[in-house]
Design a protein around this ligand. Structure first.
Ligand code: GDP
Ligand code: ZN
Length: 294
């Protein structure tokens, strides 16, 4: 039987198959393989063996079309795949409250690019402010959606973007991800997170799940903020900034102080946004430092 992992709970996975949802517990072999990065994750297409009514065992994880990975915090040379087979990543930030951090946005777009996933930015709480930095992404060819879960503004654009795709939302807590998902599908009745709440929220039982939002599917997870970069080095991170032009004099130009660097030229002419270039330098520095550490 074939299926797709649609939910991860503390003690198991739920796989959607043609015959309904099959529960697979995480025991033995699979638990060990979690460390090896072979464990199935949300979005994975898997082969299943039925082992009882509505229960099964995961055999093989099919090759992933795309993935979002991070280094294992316990062993940074090891890849941890967070989600698989997503068609898009949407970085959700708030126009204000909490104030957006552009470096985090750019780390997320680099992470997505490294996993073969196109990204977009959703600026929620647009009722509070219309931030000038949004042009940086328009210049980069990264779609910017302006929404307000409070007033309903821009929700149709977001819905159109999500249609027919499996999309993962990432972003810091408090920007309105749960409220947006609620607004997209009123029947969903997600609990918005209560700061310091002790109630039995759904997030205590489910780490990540795929939810239908009328025409599209979204991976909802409280745990997916920015985690670190896998498969990106200081020397090649420039390739993850899709708007950086090619044609520098040196083929391995790092766009720092080399002569005849067309990236710096375009930053100077305002074609490439200053913030994107500064964040390229910042991420490159972070990657150089972490390479020295390990
Ligand atoms: P999450 O942590 O990203 O899931 O954020 P929540 O959905 O829990 O929202 C955090 C807070 O922001 C809540 O108090 C929401 O009512 C509020 N909020 C969400 N969307 C908007 C919006 O578009 N405009 C305004 N003004 N507040 C919003
Ligand atoms: Zn250059």
């Amino acid at each position: 039987m074939l299926g797709q992992v649609v939910r991860i709970r503390a003690n198991g996975l739920e796989v959607r198959t043609e015959e309904g949802v099959v529960r697979c517990s995480l025991r033995g072999r699979l638990k060990k393989e979690r460390g090896a990065g072979k464990l199935a994750t949300v979005g994975d297409e898997v082969e299943l063996e039925a082992s009882g009514a509505g229960e099964g065992r995961i055999g093989r994880v099919l090759p992933r079309r795309t993935k979002l990975s991070r280094p294992d915090p316990h062993n940074p040379r090891r890849e941890l795949v967070m989600v698989a087979n997503v068609d898009a990543l949407v970085v959700v930030v708030a126009a204000a409250d909490p104030p957006p951090d552009l470096l985090t946005i750019d780390k997320c777009t680099v992470m997505a690019s490294a996993g073969g996933v196109p990204s977009a930015v959703c600026v929620n709480k647009i009722d509070l402010e219309s931030p000038p930095w949004m042009t940086a992404y328009a210049k980069a060819g990264i779609q910017v959606m302006k929404t307000s879960a409070a007033t309903g503004a821009g929700l149709e654009d977001l819905r159109a973007f999500l249609a027919g795709k499996l999309t993962v939302f990432v972003g810091p807590s408090g920007v309105g991800k749960s409220t947006l998902l609620n607004a997209l599908k009123p029947g969903l009745a997600l609990k918005t997170r209560e700061v310091g709440g002790t109630g039995e929220g759904r997030h205590t039982t489910s780490w990540a799940e795929i939810v239908d939002v009328g025409g599209g599917r979204v991976i909802d997870t409280p745990g997916l903020e920015f985690f670190g970069l896998w498969g990106v080095t200081a020397a090649d991170v420039g390739e993850r900034f899709q708007e950086f032009p090619s044609g520098c004099k040196f083929r391995n130009c790092q766009h720092t102080n080399e002569p005849k660097c067309v990236v710096r030229d375009e930053v100077g002419r305002g074609v490439v946004a200053e913030s994107r270039y500064e964040n390229y330098l910042a991420i490159r520095r972070i990657l150089m430092e972490s390479a020295e550490m390990f």
